[in-house]
Design a protein around this ligand. Sequence first.
Ligand code: PMP
Length: 305
Amino acid sequence: MAQKYPEWIWHNGKIKPWAEATTHVMSHALHYGSSVFEGIRCYDTPDGPVIFRLNDHNKRLFASAKIYDMAIPYGLDEINAACREVIKANDYTTDYLRPVAYRGLGGFGLSADTPTDVAVATWKMGQYLGAEVLEAGIDACVSSWQRFAPNTIPAGAKAGGNYLSGQLVAREARRLGFGEGIALASTGLLSEGAGENLFLVFDGALHTTPVSAALLNGLTRNTIITLARDNGIEVIERDLPREYLYLCDELFMCGTAAELTPIRSVDARQVGTGKPGPVTRKLQDLFFGLFNGKTPDKYGWLERV
Ligand code: PMP
């Protein structure tokens, strides 16, 4: 089925028809992966449409650009405004925003100082890991591909090139019939999913892998840690060996696209009862409660379009 694209994109300062928001084949980013980007969800709430943690996401966009010494020719407020503009231009028909800044046309060398082009696209994402997974959970596997070692490719940047690793992990998992792949760090300890952070539950406490485990410091991860602590659930950031995926009581992955997705098995070993457990359920209620009005927005995460 052909993809139906939304009508409008923000590109280098202007709203353009989708078909006109193009870039040259010799753009630096296309050859060398030199882009940084964000993925941001929009939700309909009882108080109207909101963008979830818009400012925090775009702050991370600038942080990723800083790591790569990439100048973004707009300010944070301008990128935030562009995100709002593109949602409105598409008549609120989309639920996901994709700001991207990339080295454009202007030199072929690795260290070329090309201009940075910036776009904000939007589309309808729906449920990233498929329908019903939020209820039933997914079957995951540990990938044969590890994440990058420290001081090789910075995992803390959300950069285009990093997603070559994510593609290897995700495609291998799908080829083997799993819903998603989980990667180990170069240490052999747990890192994260192809595009999601990991949480394991032991005796009612939440355990999650630390930023030193070659992962992206996810905003959903931060949201869940905050909601858990605010609701009396203990959260421990720690290195975890692979086998604890099989031994934990509950397991889930989270990210902007995946939201909060339970994992019911890993490498064909059932996790817990094979059904989302009480801590996972509670955190799903708290997380999705932000968007249905049941969880108070204490931190101003819901930003009006
Ligand atoms: N890890 C990776 C590799 C990701 O691509 C993502 C999605 N951006 C995440 C974790 C989760 O991050 P966030 O919650 O900020 O979307």
